[in-house]
Design a protein around this ligand. Structure first.
Ligand code: 5GP
Ligand code: ZN
Length: 111
């Protein structure tokens, strides 16, 4: 989608520190990390909210989670990690292209 920063990263128009890519998703380092390791798993299909998921997108999100599960140790997250999906204004979602934050590399504060 035009004017979407993550679509531009997917298209290679904006550089990113990529750690994984396949036909339907990309995983790269967050530019403003909130933990020692902070990755973003982004589907190549542009949609903003989980409410926009049809069956196909639900299967895609499931494959994103399975990819994170399969690769987390390679990404330095063998000791544990946290997934965050911000949805809408109250959650502070700033990029309106669905993404899963993958946080770790340290003990993560909860409160
Ligand atoms: P949100 O607040 O929407 O859940 O998260 C958006 C995330 O995208 C933020 O953590 C922000 O640092 C990250 N981000 C925004 N623009 C860029 C960019 O151009 N490159 C990278 N690698 N991350 C970005
Ligand atoms: Zn997009």
């Amino acid at each position: 989608m035009k004017d979407c920063i993550f679509c531009k990263i997917v298209a290679g128009e904006i550089p990113s520190a990529k750690v994984y890519e396949d036909e339907e998703m990309i995983v790269f380092k967050d530019i403003e990390p909130k933990a020692n390791i902070h990755l973003l798993c982004v589907p190549k299909d542009h949609f903003a909210l989980l409410t926009e998921m049809d069956e196909g997108r639900a299967a895609l999100v499931a494959r994103m989670l399975r990819t994170i599960a399969a690769k987390h140790a390679e990404w330095g997250l063998a000791d544990g990690y946290r997934l965050v999906v911000n949805q809408g204004e109250n959650a502070g979602q700033t990029v309106h292209h669905l993404h899963v934050h993958v946080l770790g590399g340290q003990t993560l504060p909860w409160d």
